[in-house]
Ligand binder design. Structure first.
Ligand SMILES: [Fe+2]
Length: 786
């Protein structure tokens, strides 16, 4: 193992712009699974997995100043620190060596990487540079470090072969084994491309893997066993060679890594496909808003008449309903890559059927399909029971999907763990009905259509047994010509949807209500924007932060009327959900204008109608606030950001307004819990009490709990406790600094305040111990299996 040792750097007055931390666990005898790469862009740090044992960093400096980056790598408690200067258009990278292997026979080791990006500061000197630091400081050109092996192996002298083996491909996620041999002088850049349909342009693979991720690649042979999904078309696998001199500057992935080029075909397989290539797939349920009903949607490769057969036993599926069939076309999409051949693939036919006359609280069995094209396997669900006096729901945002290969955009490996733990919880429920709520940024397909297919295959084990509800996020909709783009939101709405402009979202889901907005193009209207339903003792409301919600808008009128008409005897609790947060202490500055408008227009509706819980996504973290109204703790909904289900880009917290240059991001008074761990939340309610729990993916355990009583009282809301930091000031993201009411208490009630402060500090210590995150820092934890 390469030793990585040096003294800490000397750091003088610097302005910290961003920081990033990553923990990677390396099992005994293994090399790091994939340390990944870093990219600095618009003063924010991004992280992504890469199929390489190198840690690569691409640094992009500002055009107006010199930026500095301090990188430390803690490998088995030996710390390596390096400092980089970056200027305009300058790119640097480094490697910590391709062969770092955990030498211990049984124990795992942990690599911790910490990166701090700063600007306008003196150069930071590392007193004792190590080999890695020397590499970094040597300013070796990008192409040398990454591609040096090509210089050793420049030629190809014999014909390689590529073969494929698998059991019959009967269902998505069946695996295939791809073997290659005879690759002469293997190169780090040899790669494997996955093509469907087979006649796609060689540049338009759906995914790729570098052969060097096989343990035997250096021998010229190796294999991958990967799951594939049924994309209703044939597949073909090819392997290629290319060189660093063949990089195409404008063909880069989402993280700015060069996309592999199909310059030299080495070998290819025969075409192959799933046995029942048109069979029903991607089954998922949803409530219709009417009692006694359950919607089921699925995709097929044909548009023929299909049905849903259902009943109270697997042998009693004697009720039958037909499905409606729809599809969208490439011309419906608004922009590239969604309407370009790189991102477009035939989405198949989308079937939509509603099972009716369901008895409440009973387990129903069902299957979908047709006699001519075949049926799915049999699934089951428990029908909702609004008289049960109980509600169970699993809620999160920004989950995305995982793929067994690299593709043009970053995918979300952590979504696997999120699904795994929720599956555990649903299984434990037995015959109790439950609900899943995914509040925007759903698949992160962003115009690459097969990622939607991956997403629905990934959620099918859960979404086929509990209703799966969504609201729209920026990554489903955002595009430059979207109809509602007021001046104040000029920089809020951009190109995050990859040209989809809400079309796949509108077709692949069918949520209750009939909300819709015209796209302004030939594309059908966007639907599933805002709606509500009762589920047990909770009234759930879903909003669209991507379309007009201001006073006078259709959405505002819907929300006002809906909240004012809730029967709090039937549903003592009201939960409102949307994608972009109304409260956050992250530094998501781009979204500040929309946050301000939400506070101005929507918060009064939530407060006046005694909404209990307001859930938001978009920020990929968990953060719970006190019961709050206009930045004042004590009354109002409990706001919680729950965007931690899978997407791994994570913003930092905002600095204190009077300590902009302090590289510490303290927790403001109104933010009661901030977590950097991936996970999800669970809501359990009866007529008296709603319990909301944050569950972390690394251990599947509860990490934060808040309870809300039907009376409105919040337990663990800490509404009477004020954090005494910096003169008792509460940071207001609108740029104001409000005096916390504790100052009044200080003046008026000394002894009482003293007791409160003691209680607060005890609570703070307890919470920090629970978080395991000392000194108010955050540490994202990635589970090894993901
Ligand atoms: Fe988002």
């Amino acid at each position: 193992m390469r030793e990585v040792v040096s003294s800490p750097p000397v750091v003088r007055s610097q302005r910290v712009e961003s920081q990033w931390q990553q923990t990677v666990i390396v099992r005994a005898g293994r090399s790091p699974p994939d340390l990944g790469s870093l990219k600095l862009y618009r003063r924010l740090l991004h992280y992504t997995h890469q199929p390489t044992q190198h840690l690569l960093t691409n640094l992009y400096g500002s055009s107006t100043r010199t930026n500095r980056l301090c990188i430390s790598i803690n490998l088995a408690n030996r710390i390596s620190t390096s400092v980089e200067n970056t200027t305009e258009q300058q790119t640097k990278k480094f490697s910590i060596g391709p062969n770092i292997t955990n030498p211990f026979p049984f124990a795992s080791i942990v690599i911790k990487i910490n990166v701090i990006y700063s600007s306008s500061s003196p150069i930071i000197q590392s007193p004792n540079p190590n080999p890695i630091t020397q590499i970094m400081n040597s300013r070796i050109p990008l192409s040398f470090v990454f591609f040096f092996t090509l210089l050793i192996h420049p030629s190809i002298s014999k014909s390689p072969s590529l073969s494929l083996s698998s059991n019959p491909l009967t269902k998505s996620n069946n695996t295939v084994t791809i073997k290659w041999s005879g690759v002469d002088s293997p190169s780090q850049l040899d790669w494997l491309g996955i093509y469907t349909p087979p006649n796609s342009s060689l540049h338009h693979y759906i995914g790729y893997l570098y052969l060097n991720t096989s343990s035997t690649w250096e021998s010229g042979s190796g294999s991958f066993t990967i799951p594939l999904i049924n994309l209703r078309s044939k597949y073909k696998i090819r392997i290629f060679r290319w060189t660093d001199s063949e990089i195409v500057p404008n063909r880069r992935d989402h993280d700015n890594n060069p996309l592999p080029q199909p310059n030299h075909l080495l070998a290819e397989t025969e075409e192959f496909q799933f046995e029942k290539v048109h069979a029903p797939d991607q089954i998922h349920l949803a409530l219709t808003g009417e009692e006694g009903e359950m919607r089921v949607m699925f995709v097929s490769g044909h548009g023929k008449e299909s049905v849903v057969r259902y009943g109270l036993g697997p042998g009693r599926m004697d009720q039958v309903v037909k499905t409606l069939v729809g599809r969208y076309e490439r011309e419906d999409m608004c922009d590239s890559p969604a309407n370009h051949s790189v991102g477009w693939r035939d989405p198949g036919f989308i079937h939509d059927g509603v099972m009716i006359n369901l008895q409440p609280g009973r387990r129903y069995f069902y299957k979908v399909g047709s006699d001519s094209e075949g049926f799915s396997k049999t699934f089951s669900f428990v029908s909702p029971n609004n008289n049960s006096g109980e509600t169970i729901a699993f809620l999160y945002g920004d989950m995305g999907t995982a793929t067994p290969y690299n593709t043009y955009v970053r995918t979300q490996d952590e979504s696997i763990s999120t699904m795994k733990w929720i599956a555990r919880d649903i299984e434990a429920l037995g015959d109790k009905p439950a609900l899943i709520s995914h509040i925007g940024d759903i698949s992160y397909a962003r115009g690459y259509s097969w990622l939607w297919d991956h997403f629905f295959n990934q959620i099918e084990p859960l979404a086929s047994q509990v209703p799966y509800h969504v609201c729209i996020g920026n990554h489903e909709y955002d595009w430059p010509m979207q109809p509602w783009k007021p001046d104040w939101a000029m920089y809020v709405y951009a190109r995050d949807g990859g040209g989809e402009c809400g079309i796949p979202y509108s077709y692949k889901f069918n949520m209750p209500g009939n909300s819709s907005e015209s796209t302004g193009t030939r594309a059908p209207a966007t639907r599933n924007l805002y709606y509500s339903f009762n589920f047990g003792v909770v009234h759930f409301v879903y909003l669209s932060t991507e379309t007009n919600f201001l006073k006078g808008s259709k959405q505002y009128e819907f929300l006002k009327k809906d909240l004012e008409s809730v029967d709090r005897v039937k549903t003592p609790f009201v939960v409102v959900q949307g994608h972009r947060p109304m409260y956050t202490t992250s530094n998501e500055v781009r979204d500040r204008p929309i946050l301000e408008k939400m506070l101005e227009h929507l918060e009064p509706l939530l407060v006046n109608n005694k909404v209990n819980l307001a859930l938001w996504g978009h920020v990929h973290r968990y953060e719970r606030f006190c019961p709050i109204n206009n930045f004042t703790c004590g009354s109002g909904p409990v706001h919680v950001v729950i965007g931690m289900a899978g997407q791994d880009w994570q913003p930092i917290w905002e600095p204190r307004p009077n300590h902009l240059y302090d590289p510490i991001f303290p927790q403001p008074a109104h933010s009661l819990y901030r977590g950097g761990e991936f996970g999800y939340t669970k809501l359990i309610a009866n007529k008296e009490r709603l319990t909301f729990t944050y569950i972390g993916n690394h251990d599947g355990e509860a990490h934060d709990v808040v309870e809300i009583l039907a009376s409105g009282e919040v337990i663990n809301g800490e509404s009477t406790k004020i954090v005494p930091n910096e003169g008792m000031q509460i940071a207001d993201p609108r740029g104001k600094v409000g005096k916390a009411s504790v100052l009044w208490y200080v003046q008026g009630g000394g002894v009482l305040l003293f007791c409160l402060l003691i209680g607060y500090f005890l609570g703070l210590m307890s919470r920090k111990k629970k978080e395991g995150v000392p000194n108010k820092e955050w540490t994202p934890v990635k589970t090894e299996e993901a």
